[in-house]
Design a protein around this ligand. Structure first.
Ligand code: DX5
Ligand code: ZN
Length: 217
């Protein structure tokens, strides 16, 4: 059985007490999910290198950088240097440049992931499935934390899972991001996801450790 990994999104953390929330991930979760937004690819700006580097100083778990930016190839190297061991970029921001971005991420010794928003046909990323180390399926539109999970995402996860099986790569992880929490974790896992990103469901919970453990199912 595939191991389920929980990736709390630092976007929902308490930035005045960031170390406390970093320790929650170190103690109870598996991966740091770091959302990078540029105000152009998405209508919001999150945080940049200083925050990623600060988290890196205390992180005992791998750092997964989710780039919601135009021209992702310009910044991949700096995020690798800042300590990312997984970097994902949006297919919508790279299109035919996607293989080059994947190669660049790999050349830095980092795992490469491709991301799609809910309105992008899943088939668009099928040509790249032989190359990537993981796929990230957005279950809300990228740009903001705290949105409601879009139920049709389940079929999209299942479609990517089926295509990975068809090409003989059944163990490549599928990550799901947006509106995920204890109430729908079993559904996304059932559809084929094995890395669950959760911002609000972890950091806004009264008991984050319990929320994380409930998501593992
Ligand atoms: C949205 C981000 C998500 C977000 C998830 O653009 O990619 O990672 O922080 O937040 P929740 O879990 O609150 O939907
Ligand atoms: Zn994200």
């Amino acid at each position: 059985m595939t191991e389920i990994q929980i990736a709390p999104s630092i976007l929902a953390a308490d930035f005045l007490h960031l170390e406390k929330d970093v320790e929650i991930v170190n103690s109870y979760a598996d991966i740091f999910h770091l959302d990078i937004m540029d105000g152009t690819f998405v209508p919001n700006i999150s945080f940049g290198f200083p925050v990623v580097e600060a988290v890196a100083k205390k992180a005992l778990k791998p750092m997964d950088v989710h780039l919601m930016i135009v021209n992702p190839e310009k910044y991949v190297e700096r995020f690798a240097k800042a300590g990312a061991s997984m970097i994902s970029f949006h297919y919508e921001a790279a299109r035919e440049k996607s293989p080059a971005v994947i190669d660049l991420i790999h050349s830095l010794g980092v795992k490469a992931g491709i991301v799609i928003n809910p309105d992008c046909p899943v088939e668009s990323i099928f040509p790249y499935l032989p190359m990537v180390d993981f796929v990230l399926i957005m279950s809300v539109f990228a740009g903001f934390g705290g949105q409601k999970f879009i139920p049709e995402s389940l079929e999209r996860i299942a479609a990517v899972k089926a295509e990975f099986e068809r090409i003989g790569r059944p163990d490549v992880p599928i990550e799901v991001d947006g509106g995920v929490g204890p109430e729908n974790a079993s559904l996304v896992i059932g559809a084929g996801a094995s890395i669950l990103v959760a911002g609000s469901a972890v950091f806004k919970a009264t008991n984050p450790a319990e929320a994380i453990s409930r998501m593992r199912g």
